[in-house]
Design a binder for this molecule. Structure first.
Ligand code: IPD
Ligand code: CA
Ligand code: CA
Length: 280
């Protein structure tokens, strides 16, 4: 396979895989009348030092997504949150978060997503982030722009931090990382931002930057499946995505800062300073 690869076909597989995972999420989500739903979701604490949750739906969604991809491309590698092979340097690599926003899902909040990125030779070529509870689709292909439900999207053209909302995430850490994040939020309010939003689904936070609703998003710790798809969507919508200290984003980055260039240049010093101060 070469760089003239059939991206349309690959995007079609990504979409079908996201739909398969999304159906599972939507069908296990609580409805107001309580019908047709197997809820309470069975929760497990993944990491006992924190509050990192997983439900049976995360695992079922992942199995459905992986089945679609493996059926189409049996020789491609998979890096998926809930346990499929942890390869990250394969020529053809699919990076999957089968349910981003598990905490929202587990508490009946309709803000969660399936996130799927396809990488070829170390670069993300195709990205899909799908919120099945709103039937929202954010998609991008390298060099071809980003869309929301088929409509082209672009980052905000606001020129200054005092014109925008900033999205933030806390990972599951309740220690230094949270202190650094809270300190950075204080600094941003001092710069007269319109407000902070912590919506709890990093893949969608990045799509909110891509569609101009957030002027910036940052989080001091994220895993590749949280940002692989969303970062291409931001870049294809005209934004900049790096680590929170300004270094280039790689799969093992650990942190993310995303914004349009003008806002990025203003927010980076704040986010970077608190990161260094708290030894992150
Ligand atoms: C989490 C969400 C959350 C972010 C955490 C992630 P999960 O992913 O994206 O917004 O703050 O850092 O781990 O566990 O719901 O897939
Ligand atoms: Ca996630
Ligand atoms: Ca997840």
């Amino acid at each position: 396979m070469t760089d003239e690869h059939d991206w349309e076909a690959t995007a079609g597989v990504a979409r079908r895989a996201a739909q398969a995972g999304g159906r599972i999420i939507a069908s296990s989500f609580p409805t107001p009348d309580g019908t047709g739903v197997d809820h309470e979701p069975r929760l497990r604490i993944k990491d006992h030092k924190s509050y990192n949750l997983v439900t049976e739906t995360d695992e079922a969604s992942e199995a459905a997504i992986v089945a679609v991809i493996q059926d189409a491309f049996p020789d491609h590698a998979i890096l998926a949150e809930e346990g499929h092979a942890r390869t990250s340097d394969a020529e053809h690599l699919w990076i999957i978060d089968p349910l981003d926003g598990t905490n929202n899902f587990a508490h009946g909040i309709e803000h969660c997503a399936v996130s799927i990125a396809y990488r070829y030779r170390g670069a993300t070529r195709v990205a899909v982030v799908h919120n099945p509870l709103r039937d929202d689709w954010y998609e991008a292909r390298q060099g071809q722009g980003a869309t929301w439900n088929g409509w082209p999207i672009h980052v905000t053209d606001a020129a200054s931090l005092d014109e925008v909302l900033v999205g933030v995430g806390f990972y599951y850490d309740r220690g230094r990382m949270m202190q650094a994040t809270l300190a950075a939020i204080g600094d941003l309010f001092a710069k007269q931002i319109h407000g902070i939003r912590r919506f709890g689904t990093a893949a969608l936070d990045l799509c909110f930057v891509a569609s101009g609703r957030f002027g910036a998003f940052f989080e001091y710790r994220l895993a590749p499946w949280d940002f692989a798809a969303g970062s291409l969507i931001v870049e294809e919508a005209g934004g900049v995505v790096t680590r929170a200290d300004g270094r280039a984003l790689t799969l093992d980055a650990g942190s993310v800062l995303a914004a349009p260039r003008a806002i990025y240049d203003q927010i980076l010093p704040v986010i970077q300073a608190r990161m260094h101060e708290f030894g992150l």
